[in-house]
Design a protein around this ligand. Structure first.
Ligand code: SAH
Ligand code: SF4
Ligand code: F3S
Length: 476
């Protein structure tokens, strides 16, 4: 996660002006672009997939690693050509890079007219009016409440089968390497009622899968009385003897159960789980409902307890392994498990690196997102530790991690050959329209002959072959 890229598709509701959006980074950003499209539709804009015909271009940006920001800067240079052709074109930078750099972006990238942080999208029409009046416009306010819960997203990223639902925003964890707490602000949870409404609405429109999104879904905690949450967060509620027995409080396991109850035909996924907060209660709810997919993205970052401590991840190697054991005990061996790994964090030794490789072998991940450490300005790690592993070593360790993961992915997939899975069809396979592509519960991509099946169908597929990335099967 974090290095993906998406452009808009066309929406035509008869609006006069056209908006083109490109989204970078994680699923949260892709989901936010759908909120932006909705706000802009009310402000008189349809979306277009062609930047050449746009009145407004937004880049919804990511700041997680330096190369994510470089990509956006290159893209801005390119878009500057369009601006020279069309002097009325407005260019806005949204998202995490906007929040990180604020008005510095105007100085560094002259073609930018609007800088808008992740909590300010309701104000985009007002910011555009400022630009029409001849000013540059900025809003980087971070909110403690905004969850955009009453805004119905315009589904831009969807195949009509699966959709994202944002359940919380921000992050309170302060992993030392990470910019997210600075770019997305404090964690806040969205009302379970509006989440369930959105899931019901999607199901009625024909969607068959929702993915609940948050930086740390396990710390989801909602109450009708937000004060209770802040007391609980600061662990004061108990000390103060506050009577919380009559207040409705919903945690992630309870939310998951409510969404699973929308329909047995609606698959439920979620991301991202945090090893320090993932409870057995969540695993039990997953076990209880067939339509909750048996797949967990549980980023470990490093297999060395010393490095994990420096990262402020809040768990040790042993704790992490015990969480993996809980997944295997409660959900069995076929549950898909994926992770994120960073190589070459400050002071990482060959021994620490070997600990990561060992943990990967022990866990036998199905899939991993792997990165080398990129120091981010003003993060706790940048302030406290020297970025002292040279680039060559960072990259060599990353390559070792990638090579090992390829082996592990292939081995895990080989275990699936001969088994039969229920697959939800998402569309055609990339290579041929004679084949369909879908996923099984464990999030593995499955390719099989089209026959009479179509998008949105649940199909029983027997696997006869695999690569490290894909399962190939046959229907009956
Ligand atoms: N909330 C999620 C991750 C969000 S960022 C979690 O806690 O796991 C996605 C991934 O980017 C992280 O898991 C981490 O592996 C990677 N990442 C974050 N900051 C990074 C940095 N400074 N350098 C390299 N990778 C980084
Ligand atoms: Fe970043 Fe850590 Fe929060 Fe994930 S949990 S977003 S890595 S601070
Ligand atoms: Fe990037 Fe922001 Fe997501 S920094 S990974 S877009 S939360």
């Amino acid at each position: 996660m974090g290095d993906e890229f998406q452009t808009t598709k066309d929406t035509q509701t008869g609006k006069k002006k056209k908006l083109y959006i490109e989204s970078y980074g994680c699923q949260m950003n892709f989901s936010d672009s759908e909120i932006v499209a909705s706000v802009m539709q009310n402000g008189g804009y349809d979306t277009t997939s062609n930047p050449e015909e746009a009145d407004v271009i937004f880049l919804n940006t990511c700041a997680i690693r330096d190369n994510a920001e470089q990509k956006v800067r290159n893209r801005l240079q390119h878009l500057n050509h369009l601006k020279k052709k069309n002097t009325d074109l407005t260019i806005g930078v949204l998202g995490c890079m906007a929040e990180r750099l604020k008005t510095k972006l105007f100085e560094e990238e002259k073609m930018v007219d609007i800088v808008a942080g992740p909590d300010t999208y309701r104000t985009l029409p007002a910011l555009l009016t400022e630009v029409e009046d001849g000013r540059k416009a900025v809003n980087v306010f971070l909110s403690r409440e905004e969850t955009y819960e009453n805004i119905t997203p315009v589904r831009l990223n969807s195949n009509g089968v699966s959709a994202f639902i944002s359940i919380s925003r921000g992050c309170d964890n302060m992993c030392t390497f990470c910019v997210v707490p600075f770019t997305r602000g404090r964690e806040r949870s969205r009302s379970p009622y509006s989440i369930v409404d959105e899931a019901q609405d999607l199901f009625q429109k024909g969607y068959r899968e929702v993915t609940l999104l948050g930086q740390n879904v396990d710390s989801y905690l909602w109450s009708e009385n937000p004060e209770v949450i802040s007391l609980l967060g600061e662990k004061k509620a108990i000390k103060q003897g506050a009577d919380i027995s009559k207040v409705e409080i919903v945690n992630f396991a309870q939310l998951l159960e409510r969404v699973a109850q929308v329909s047995p035909l609606l698959r439920v996924r979620f991301s991202t789980s945090h090893p320090k907060d993932m409870t057995d209660e969540v695993l039990q709810v997953m076990k209880k409902y067939d339509n909750i997919c048996k797949y967990i993205h549980l980023p470990v970052q490093s297999g060395s307890t010393r490095i994990l401590e420096m990262m402020n991840r809040g768990y040790t190697q042993e704790w992490y392994e015990q969480r993996i054991a809980a997944i295997r005990n409660i959900l069995g061996d076929t549950c898909g498990i994926s992770t994120d790994i960073i190589t070459g964090f400050c002071s990482e030794t060959e021994e620490d690196h070997q600990a990561t490789l060992n943990l990967m072998r022990k866990t036998a991940y199905d899939f991993a997102y792997m990165f080398y450490y990129s120091e981010r300005p003003n993060t706790p790690a940048a302030k406290k530790y020297a970025d002292d592993i040279d680039l060559e070593t960072k990259k060599r360790r990353l390559q070792e991690v990638i090579d090992l993961q390829n082996e592990l992915s292939l081995k895990r997939n080989q275990l699936d050959v001969g088994k039969t899975f229920e697959v939800l069809v998402e569309g055609f396979s990339k290579r041929s329209e004679d084949f369909l592509m879908g996923r099984n519960s464990a999030n593995k991509v499955v390719i099989f002959p089209k026959k009479q099946f179509k998008k949105g169908d649940y199909v029983s597929v027997k696997i006869h072959d695999c690569s490290a990335a894909t399962l190939f099967g046959e229907t009956f």
